[in-house]
Design a protein around this ligand. Structure first.
Ligand code: GLU
Length: 318
């Protein structure tokens, strides 16, 4: 970990988080992310906050919320605060958007394709740099377009470089103007965008340690930009490799052998599942049952110090 990251951590108690989207039962990749978040927080004497990312009302289901919480509990992935439900946070997101408008330019955008992706986390390689189509519309043009459809809202980014030192991936940065582009903060249907919600909620929950899949690394400069605009400090980021079914294809619901219900059947107990996942990702050298508490005894965050280059994929083995 960088010296800056270490000194940042010394000043604040470590708070990690679980941030599941309740769109299905968990699979091995979700369990790995939560296990790493837990180990990284607990190895520093920290706490875990739980947040249910149910921003996407159509895809989120309450039965998955309870299943995910039960699964975390069974696996020994305990949380100390929360849950905070994104579906109940509209007022906080609205206030943050109003605050952003004081210092940044947020403009109506009538382009439709990008709207579709705004409320869900984007994936590595799918990041489109917005061409700026609606950036310079005249007032008359905006008024005319409003008669046709409700606009989304997009924040204008400056030609600024945002750099970070990721605990696992090492140094990473983006030029906001050329590699990110103006991005959505609100969709045309009124839903707040993932990027805004996650920043507001991480601040609300006092999160200092974000651990998640490397597919979200490319969103991090955007989130850090919003944190700066809103006067929030940035957490320390750790982006873990994705578990892949085969080279370049991340695990998904169709990979039944990675789904938690199947894993529980196959490995008999939650400890069997945790132990197997820990074995596949290299957290233990034998394929034996283990609890997160047991894995904590040998977990060494320093192992990742300075970043491990190209640590972005791990082949899943059931
Ligand atoms: N809710 C997202 C997921 O389940 C995680 C978002 C984040 O960690 O920032 O993939």
């Amino acid at each position: 970990m960088s010296e800056a990251a270490i000194s940042q951590e010394k000043c604040r108690p470590v708070v990690g988080r679980f941030a599941p989207s309740p769109t299905g039962r968990m699979h091995a990749g979700n369990v790995y992310a939560a296990l790493m978040a837990w180990l990284i927080a607990k190895s520093q004497g920290g706490r875990i906050a739980l947040r249910i990312e149910d921003l996407d009302a159509q895809r989120s289901k309450s039965e998955y919320v309870s299943a995910i919480m039960r699964d975390f509990e069974a696996l020994g992935l305990t949380w100390d605060t929360g849950p905070l439900y994104q579906s109940e946070r509209g007022e906080a997101y609205r206030a943050a958007l109003d605050e952003l408008k004081q210092t940044c330019r947020v403009y109506p955008c009538f382009c439709s394709r990008a709207d579709l992706h705004a409320a869900s986390a984007p994936h590595r390689g799918e990041k489109l740099v917005y061409a700026g189509t609606c950036r310079n519309l005249s007032e008359g043009e905006v008024a005319a377009k409003r008669l046709q459809k409700a606009p989304a809202e997009r924040i204008e980014v400056p030609a600024m470089h945002i750099d970070l030192i990721d605990v696992i991936q090492g140094p990473y940065g983006q030029n906001l103007a050329t590699e990110c582009g103006d991005f959505l903060v609100r969709r045309a249907d009124g839903a707040f965008a993932y990027q805004l919600a996650v920043v507001v909620d991480d601040a609300e929950q006092g999160v200092t340690s974000v651990v998640r899949g490397v597919d979200l690394l490319c969103s991090t400069p955007q989130q850090m930009f919003l944190q700066r605009c809103l006067g929030m400090s940035s957490p320390v980021y750790a982006h873990i490799p994705l578990l892949v079914a085969e080279e370049g294809r991340r695990l998904s619901k169709r990979d039944r052998d990675a789904a938690l219900p199947e894993l529980l059947e196959r490995y008999r107990t939650p400890q069997g599942v945790v132990g197997h996942i820990a074995y596949v990702v290299g957290l233990q050298s034998v394929d034996e049952p283990a609890t997160p508490e047991e894995l904590l005894e040998t977990f060494d965050l320093n192992r990742f110090k300075g970043g491990i280059s190209d640590f972005i994929q791990i082949a899943w083995r059931a």
